[in-house]
Design a protein around this ligand. Structure first.
Ligand SMILES: [Zn+2]
Length: 189
């Protein structure tokens, strides 16, 4: 990541919106933003795959679900955050499972770049599919986009829901329904 380039760009941006980049409150803003970028844009698919370590477990062929995984990403169209929750369900094949915290790591890593919600959802499912090769995987993301809440149609609190359904969850409606009811159960009103 090119810290100097980001600093120059932020300075120019501040000028562009009519601010004085030398003003006391914002004179260090270009530096702060450049440092923040290292933290919030470091993710990619290869890192996510490496984070998803596999464990062998005998004969587990039921749904494994991790829900309400916190998610913070940045919309590539407006460079404003979208935030919400991801839910991941999968059914292992051949006893290949992973720690639940690893699924949360995958969400975190893939969120750390400019994204669109649909692609983020697909990439999470792809990484799980490629590494664990499960019988099925389902990923649902519910998120509020600040570019919708702060501007344009201004619908604060409106949630965009995206889903990717693969393998047995796609082929078998009963299995999909079971996963959906698990995701919805114990949900706070
Ligand atoms: Zn947007």
């Amino acid at each position: 990541m090119d810290e100097e380039k980001i600093k120059k760009a932020v300075r120019l941006f501040l000028e562009g919106i009519g601010e004085n980049p030398e003003r006391e409150g914002i004179k260090d803003t270009p530096l702060r933003v450049a440092r923040m970028c290292k933290e919030i844009f470091g993710g990619n698919k290869e890192k996510a795959k490496l984070a998803l370590t596999t464990l062998k477990e005998e004969k587990h062929d039921e749904i494994i679900l991790l829900k309400d995984i916190p998610l913070y990403s940045l919309c590539e169209h407006h460079l404003l955050p979208f935030l919400g929750k991801a839910h991941i369900a999968y059914i292992p094949r051949g006893g290949r499972v992973t720690g639940l915290s690893k699924l949360a790591r995958v969400v975190d890593i893939l969120s750390k770049k400019i994204q669109v919600q649909e692609r983020l959802t697909t990439q999470i499912a792809d990484v799980i599919n490629e590494v664990l090769q499960p019988r099925g995987v389902m990923v649902i993301i519910e998120a509020e986009h600040l570019c919708m809440s702060m501007r344009g149609i201004k619908k604060p609190g409106a949630t965009t829901v995206t889903s990717v359904v693969r393998g047995i969850f796609r082929e078998n409606p009963a299995t999909r329904a079971e996963a959906m009811s698990l995701i919805q159960s114990a949900r706070k009103p």
